[in-house]
Every structure is written in C-alpha cells, then in structure tokens.
Design a binder for this molecule. Structure first.
Ligand code: HEM
Length: 406
C-alpha cells in the first residue's frame, strides 16, 4: 500500500461521516494489515492478535513523552509537560504503579457492590421521570446522568457544579482523538480544549483547597490525606488523578449503556429477552463491549525497538490500536459482525489489557447491568423512535441522542 493510500484510509478514520457506522471502514483497515506512516512515526494495528500482542508487550509505554515526536519537540525547546502532571493513564511505572495503587481500593468489586442499592434507587428515579414522558432520550435521560452522579459522589464533587464541568469534560474527551499522530496537526478547536483543561484543573484545585480545611468521606479527601501523610504524591498529581477519574466517569459508561440499548432496540428479540430475564444484563453489557465498544482505540509508544507479529516498530514510534476493529476480526471470532450475547465465550479488549486495565471496570459493569435490566423491564415495548445522532469523537465514540418511544 502506498503512503498516499494509507493516508486516505486514515483520513477516513478521522472523518466524522464514518462515526455512525465505522465498521465497514474498520474491515478495510484490517484487510490492509498493519499500516505505517513514517512521516509521523505511527503504526496502526487493527487485528485482534496484533492489538493483544502490543498490550501484552512490556516494551509498550503509555507516557507520550517517550515518543520520538515529543522528544524532537523537547530538543527544539518545547516545555516537557506544559499542563503539569498527566493522569496515570498516561504514565509508566514506577509513577503509574504508585498513583494507581492510591485509588485502586475505591474501585474493587467489594466496594463497588456496596454502591449497588444507591445505583438501583438512582436508576429507578430516572426511569420514573421517563415514564411520565412517553418518549425519552436514552442518553440525556438515563445513560449520562447515572455514571455522572456516581463518579461525582465517589470523588466528592458537588453534583450542582456538574453542568459547568460537563462541557469541559466533553472537550477533554475530544482531545484523545489521534489527529496529531495521524496528520501531524491538531484538530480544530485546540484553543477551546486547552482552555477547558486549564479551567477544570483550576476548579479541582479550589475543591481540594476546601477539602483540606474540611475533609469528608470521599476520594479527594483520601488523596489529600495520603499527600499529607508523607511524600506519596504531590498536589499536581492529586489534580491529575481527580481529572482522570472525572473524565473517565463522564465519557465512557454513558456509551456502554447507550450502545447496548441501541443494539437491543435494533433486535427487538434481545430487548424482550432481557425484559423477561434481568440476569442477562451482564452478558448483554459484555457483548456490547465487544460488538460496539465505548473506547474504540488506545495508543502506545514503543519504549524500545519492537517486533509485533513480524512487523518492526522502531523505538519512539506511536502505535494506534484499533480495538473496535480487532473485536470484529474473523480470525478471532465466529460471526464477528453479529450481536450475540449468548456466544459461548465473550472475549474483548474493551477495558484494555495489562497494567492499564480499566480501573473502573467493576463499576461500569455494575452500572450498565442495573440500567439495562431496569429499562427493559420497565418499558418492554420500547422502540427506536429515530436514527441516533453521533458525536464527532473517534476514540470515545458515542451518541449525542438516542430517541426511544415507550
Ligand atoms: C464502559 C465504561 C468504560 C470503558 C469501556 C473503559 C475503558 C477503559 C480502557 C480501554 C482503559 C485502558 C486504556 C489504555 O490502556 O490506554 C481504561 C483505563 C482506565 N479507566 Fe476505564 N473505562 C470505563 C469506565 C471507567 C470508569 C467508570 C472509571 C472510573 C471512574 C474508569 C477509570 C479508568 C482509569 C482510572 C483508567 C486508567 C487505568 C491505568 O492507567 O492504570 N473507567 N478504561
């Protein structure tokens, strides 16, 4: 494949026109095999075996400073981390290990299970409001407010402030799209995203200052206590960790719930089966994570020269792993394009793999299971009202609206 052909294929990836159904494009990318763009030091992998291998390889790094592009910029005088510490999603050991450990106990299955009664009550009250309307938007009325209320409560961020930072969070989610990696240039709206990032950090700093004076039973207070107890983390790292959790809690589970609702509404038999048997909710959520995953791609940097299933990746090159394409790989799955929660084993990389495996996975699974079983039981005759409308995001792909008639 020529460089021009590769650029055309990757250009289609960035084109929002492909967001409603990117899967035919992903099939073309998989068929083309690993693609490299030497001008931007990028390799794109889209088969299951390749993505899995990169995630398992110990030379795969997450710290963007290790890329040759960042190294060249720093050598030319750029500041290494102009916005302070990144969230631990973008760090490698030992910092990644240290920071992840400080919050991991809040997300273990036992602690998450204790949140279930509150989550059930929250879902019921959201659906009470829906019942009075006759038609609803599955995103605005259920899939978005649920995870947002939960993460705000866990962190200790006042829900009244949410409308202010939901905009910032949405803009930050867009900054995960790999425009620079693919085109060498940032997408439109860079200034706006920059401003949103600075605003959210400042907001969190003020919240932290308040909690220092008046600690509560929440994650922010827990991180402050760890900071004050010794040299385990800095204030900058507290801000970055809260920022990561807040954005992760806002921009992912919403898409799991909405994508599962859409998949079932397009196959009314699936909706009816879940309505009749709430226990099916977890396999429906799991198959959605494979069939239509909320996180469509992740990025790694080669910390040393690597060979991935025969392809050489020089040290410092970025690797874009198209998880959503890997999940439809016929080499790895029977009937990959079929939504089938009853497949004998549901494998996927929807929560990643390896040291960065999603910390929020038990919480996301539980929220999705509660929401999906409740909405189908409550509205067994629900139908898709109109075609859904998608946001332009590629990495954290999801719907803007999903209208449902009940
Ligand atoms: C369905 C919902 C979710 C999906 C599909 C999802 C997916 C992912 C994926 C794919 C990764 C790995 C990224 C990589 O390897 O580069 C990840 C990491 C992470 N997720 Fe989630 N996530 C979800 C919900 C959540 C929630 C609710 C939280 C917490 C509030 C959360 C917190 C995190 C954190 C902190 C990391 C970084 C882990 C690390 O670097 O060690 N996620 N998530």
């Amino acid at each position: 494949m020529t460089t021009a052909d590769t650029q055309t294929l990757l250009g289609r990836l960035l084109d929002p026109a492909n967001r409603a159904d990117p899967y035919p494009l992903y099939a073309d990318l998989r068929a083309a095999g690993p693609l490299s763009l030497p001008s931007t030091n990028l390799v794109v992998f889209s088969s299951f075996a390749d993505c899995d291998e990169v995630l398992r390889n110990p030379a795969s790094a997450s710290d963007r400073l290790k890329s040759s592009v960042a190294q060249r910029e720093i050598a030319a005088g750029a500041v290494a981390r102009p916005f302070g510490a990144p969230g631990f999603l973008f760090l490698d050991p030992p910092d990644h290990t240290r920071l992840r450990r400080l919050v991991s106990s809040a997300f273990v299955p036992r602690v998450v299970k204790a949140l279930e009664p509150d989550i059930v009550a929250l879902v019921d009250s959201l659906l009470d409001t829906v019942a009075a309307k006759g038609e609803f938007d599955a995103v605005a009325d259920l899939a978005y407010p649920l995870p947002v209320a939960v993460i705000c409560r866990l962190l200790g961020v006042p829900l009244e402030d949410e409308p202010q930072f939901s905009r910032a969070s949405a803009l930050l989610a867009q900054s995960l799209d790999p425009f620079i990696a693919v085109t060498g240039q940032s997408a439109q709206g860079f200034e706006q995203r920059l401003e949103a990032g600075l605003w959210l950090r400042e907001y969190l700093r003020e919240l932290i200052a308040g909690r220092r004076v008046e600690p509560r039973d929440d994650l922010i207070s827990g991180l402050i206590a760890a900071e004050e107890a010794g040299d385990q983390l800095t204030e900058d790292e507290i801000v970055a960790t809260c920022n990561l959790l807040l954005v992760a809690g806002h921009e992912t589970t919403v898409n799991l719930i909405a994508n599962a609702i859409l998949a079932m509404l397009r196959r009314p038999g699936q909706w009816a089966r879940l309505a009749a048997d709430p226990q099916r909710a977890s396999v429906v959520a799991e198959e959605t994570l494979r069939y239509d995953p909320p996180v469509q791609l992740v990025v790694r940097i080669a910390a040393e020269d690597m060979t991935i299933n025969g392809v050489t990746v020089p040290r410092g090159d970025s690797m874009l792993l198209l998880l959503a394409a890997a999940h439809r790989d016929p080499e790895a799955f029977d009937r990959p394009d079929e939504f089938d929660p009853d497949r004998p084993q549901i494998r996927h990389l929807g929560f990643g793999k390896g040291p960065h495996f999603c910390l929020g996975a038990p919480l996301a699974r539980m929220e999705a299971a509660v929401a999906l079983s409740a909405v189908t039981t409550r509205f067994p005759d629900a139908r898709l009202a109109t075609d859904p409308v998608y946001k332009s995001n590629l990495t954290l792909r999801g719907m803007e609206t999903l209208s449902v008639a009940i």
